[in-house]
Design a protein around this ligand. Structure first.
Ligand SMILES: O=C(O)CCC(=O)C(=O)O
Length: 221
């Protein structure tokens, strides 16, 4: 088991980003560069990206990034390297993932604003394992307004091959974002490994999957 993991994970030490009413761990260089590069090549080769738009106060605005879904019950299947990486993330977190969301930040003008992940399941305690590929960007966490927590926002520079794992009560009490960054010119891909809800045959609706985008756009304006 440990030998298999070593194919992927480096010796870099994990850092706990959130430990109060939530559990967020940052694992730098979770993927070896070679595997991270292979994953980018595969995802770039055939992922069908969606450019979504939203009606906001009567005006149609574009979601500031492209999105896709891969895995079980998703529009596209796992790629071979994505399967291998999923297996490594599963071993590392002791959890099974049956699909992933992909975000494509074409450059520093693309972003995702403050939100918590619901995964359509209403079970905010599901684990979300978030992998970064490509350009370095800032990932931030802050307590939700109604959480009763008093913490400054936590920021970490996430780069090619890094993993952030959000568990426990994180989505109940904390929200996260990747802000715009005018200095960043490169493309960044993000893969979040997720679980469908337990009920058989039911999957998140499109509106549930993208529900946070409205808030996101609103707060970017
Ligand atoms: O790009 C990231 O690191 C975060 C993505 C995210 O927050 C999401 O997909 O819900």
């Amino acid at each position: 088991m440990a030998r298999q993991l070593a194919l992927f994970a480096s010796a870099a030490s994990p850092t706990i980003l959130v430990g109060d009413r939530g559990d967020v761990t940052y694992i730098p260089e979770f993927l070896d560069r070679e595997i991270a590069d292979a994953l980018v090549r595969e995802l770039s080769a055939d992922t069908r990206w969606r450019a979504d738009s939203r009606l906001m106060y009567g005006k149609r605005v574009m979601v500031p990034r492209e999105t896709a879904g891969r895995g079980e019950k998703m529009p596209q299947p796992w790629t071979p390297t994505l399967e291998r990486v999923r297996a490594a993330v599963e071993r590392y977190t002791g959890t099974r993932y049956d699909y992933c969301f992909l975000n494509r930040y074409r450059d520093g003008r693309d972003a995702v604003a403050w939100h918590g992940d619901r995964d359509g399941s209403r079970d905010a305690r599901l684990i979300v394992a978030s992998l970064s590929l490509g350009a370095t960007r800032t990932f931030q966490l802050r307590p939700k307004k109604d959480s009763g927590l008093r913490h400054d926002p936590v920021s970490v520079e996430v780069t090619h091959g890094d993993l952030v794992i959000m568990r426990g009560d994180t989505q109940l009490y904390w929200e996260h974002r990747v802000p715009r960054d005018p200095r960043s010119t490169g493309e960044r891909l993000n893969v979040t490994f997720r679980q469908h809800r337990a009920r058989d045959g039911e999957m998140p609706s499109a509106s549930e999957l993208l529900a946070y985008a409205d808030d996101a756009i609103a707060s970017l304006r």
